[in-house]
Design a protein around this ligand. Structure first.
Ligand code: ZN
Length: 349
């Protein structure tokens, strides 16, 4: 529920002026269309939970399937309606995520829940289609060096894989949405700077290849708010009538700027953010680094500003407490958890 604090009218007005979703002319799935229309007309912001994928893949503890199922159900009860439940990669590479199919099956029993999975290649996409995931997230690195290290492919080879996946998806009559996460869009630990023009070239290429949604990801925590604002705005302009498809921000808190970057993207019209409960996760290139923005802190900031996430923070914090017990010994983060919810905010939170 929105808290409707000061400034919400003003921000709503500026949203209408800048809202990239105004430009939408064609969306493949009616579900996406409804979603985007809702986003345009309301003050609604989606916080997609990625702790079960981005978070758990980066820590040592292998969470038992039963607890992951409990996590999904509890996140749903808290009001989360988009959850990235896992990844279709070989279990020998990521044993933490070996039960992804089972998690999708469970997520599909919860009405209105959009369950996404990460798929790094065609084989993974086949699995996502087979199990009926609502969305598959295909990572494309804007940095060639990161792409080579991460998936042993060039960014353009990944784009070619997207085209193949789109063909297979359509041929199967599947409704699994194809979303591209442009990783290292703001910089790369191996390559250093990543050219903004290259990011935009790849966004265009991903759409041409059949991607239906795009997101920009700060995989290694290099982004700053000015850069986030600049790159999203540049990309919205470049994508023109398709700018509404660029609809997700994914920020790691490696250098403490995840929430500031979230706010910068929010200001230029982004209405979906990935976040990880308790900030679980890390960075493969920076041992000891933080994971994504903490879901509970993201929800707190948005609700406090008058946006509606549909998420009950109190229920989410109770889930965090359980997850903290399951993941004992792992580093957990989040400021709201430590400080508590302010008394003046007891309203609907
Ligand atoms: Zn990430």
């Amino acid at each position: 529920m929105p808290l409707l604090l000061r400034g919400s009218e003003e921000s709503r007005e500026s949203l209408t002026q800048q809202d990239p979703f105004n430009h939408i002319t064609h969306i493949h799935h009616s579900r996406s269309l409804t979603l985007l229309q809702n986003l345009r007309m309301s003050n609604h912001v989606i916080v997609r939970e990625v702790g079960l994928r981005d978070g758990l893949q980066s820590i040592k503890t292998i969470l038992p399937t039963a607890q992951k199922l409990e996590w999904i159900s509890a996140a749903y009860a808290a009001g989360q309606r988009e959850i990235e439940v896992g990844s279709f990669v070989p279990a020998r590479l990521l044993p933490q995520l070996a039960d992804t199919a089972e998690l999708v099956a469970h997520a599909k029993t919860l009405p209105g829940l959009v369950a996404s999975v990460l798929v790094p290649n065609f084989k993974g996409a086949e699995r996502a289609i087979e199990v009926g995931a609502d969305a598959m997230l295909i990572p494309v690195s804007a940095s060639s060096a990161h792409s080579a290290a991460n998936v042993r492919k060039t960014p353009d080879e990944m784009i070619a894989a997207i085209a193949q996946i789109r063909t297979a998806r359509d041929a199967a009559g599947s409704k699994t949405i194809i979303e591209v996460g442009m990783s290292t869009a703001f910089g790369c630990t191996i390559q250093g700077d990543v050219s903004e023009d290259e990011v935009i070239r790849l966004l265009h290429a991903a759409l041409d290849a059949g991607a239906e949604r795009l997101g920009l990801a700060d995989t290694v925590g290099y982004a700053d708010p000015a850069q986030v604002r600049r790159l999203f705005e540049k990309a919205f302009r470049a994508l023109g009538t398709q700018s509404g498809k660029l609809c997700c921000g994914h920020f790691h808190d490696t250098r403490g700027l995840a929430l500031a970057n979230t706010l910068a993207a929010l200001d230029v019209g982004v209405r979906r953010f990935d976040a990880s409960l308790a900030g679980i996760g890390g960075c493969p290139h920076a041992p000891g680094a933080s994971g994504n923005a903490a879901s509970e802190d993201t929800v707190f900031m948005l609700e406090r500003m008058g946006y509606d996430t549909g998420i009950d923070l109190t229920v989410l914090l109770k889930l965090r407490q359980r997850v903290a017990v399951w993941l004992e010994g792992e580093p957990l983060r989040g400021a709201v958890w430590r400080a508590g919810v302010p008394k003046s905010l007891s309203l609907s939170l």
